[in-house]
Design a protein around this ligand. Sequence first.
Ligand code: PHE
Length: 482
Amino acid sequence: MNNPNSSEENRGQWGSKLGFIMAASGSAVGLGNIWRFPYVTGENGGAAFVVVYLACVLFIGLPLMWCELALGRASGRNPVGAFRETGGGIPFILTGVLCLAACFFVLTYYGVIAGWTISYAISQVSQTSLVFKEYTADPVYVLPVFALFIVLTIVIVRAGVEKGIEKWSKILMPLLFVLMLAVIIRGVTLPGAGAGLEYYLKPDFSKIDGTVVLKALGQAFFSLSVGWGLMITYGSYMSKKQNIVSNGFWVGLADTSVALLAGLMIFPAVFAMGMNPDSGPGLAFTTLPAVFAAMPAGWVIGTIFFLLLSVAAVTSSISMLEVPVSYFVDEKKSRRTTCAVTVGVVAFVVGIPSALSNGGNEWLSNIELFGQKGFFSILDQVFGTLALIIISLMLSIYAGWVWKPKNVIAEIEQGCPWFTKPLIGGISPAAIWSVFVKFICPIVISLVLFSKLGLFDREKLPVEPVPKEQKSPEDNASSPTQ
Ligand code: PHE
């Protein structure tokens, strides 16, 4: 980014196409791909989930990413300002506020997990093994690395993104990619890995239900950084010459490839080692050290891997911090540095309960709400899944029906003239995109949301009571939560 502090309103612009793609993929590729994608896949049935996930990325995530970028670039504002400047009423301004909340609250637990990656890097280099359950339950270990990670995030946002992150991501992210390939090769050649490949690549479509689709859609939004207002903010730093469609496409491709590779890295190893694919957020942290231990000079690879994972987490966390910061800079005319420090410190304090909810504190670890157990899982369900889905629904309604596709298309066309040319059987990509944004996205997202909220549950309708002995087993199995 060109010095964000120098322009009159503290607003900057990406230096180049590559600058944008690096920063936006840096935001998209993160713990969501390597830590979250495998365990959510494992909890939701494996390959069938992956198929639904890919459909969500292609048909819902990508069209909405273009909307966000266009809205940001057209308005030159943060999420709240973008909806307001383009004529959105109160419900849409509130959607902008929800974007700030999602970024902030996810940052509070994202930093905790990122702290774990730092500890795992230390454990690899010192060749000591960490027992996941015991380590995550110990505040003495977890809190300092969480604090360290937040400080790192603040320092980088303050120091200016262009000199630090943009330069280093160009070297470090390809290195992460190469290292993942090495770990995959070791994983798939372990005896017994075949069952894992089958679990991950051979879909059993009977496993798909409302919860699976909701989780896949939520994961697509989480991972692509769509539905957070992040792409609105990053779009606002984009010049009119840049191509929203191809830029968005590259970001989506990079993000999806890393997620798919992460699955290949984890599942064969999980099965080879007789572990359980649905063991939750600890999956990557328990599996990977075992794979490293089975590699020659494994601790070196393990150390570099966890360090790179921390870097991937930082390039995401700085962008999460950037969204609320851009709001305060635009709307409240605050200084960028003051905002970054304040929001970061508050995020640390608010994140302490999440850090303690993996065994550190009994009440926080066992509290149940929305079908989730533990403070951290509840936050992840509310802000890391539901909020993103609601924001994306509002965004598609806004772009399709309120701000209108013609305005979005006019914005996208600048920098992408072929968008409105009749390329596909006489139909323009813009026309196809309009159908997705006006109809397919809002309908699919609403159906998923309503099914999750239980509106389609047959047992909730006032039906004739079924005599006990005739009750079919499915009736008991179809609980709305996992
Ligand atoms: N996409 C990031 C990940 O996969 C998370 C993120 C979302 C970061 C939104 C910033 C903004 O880890």
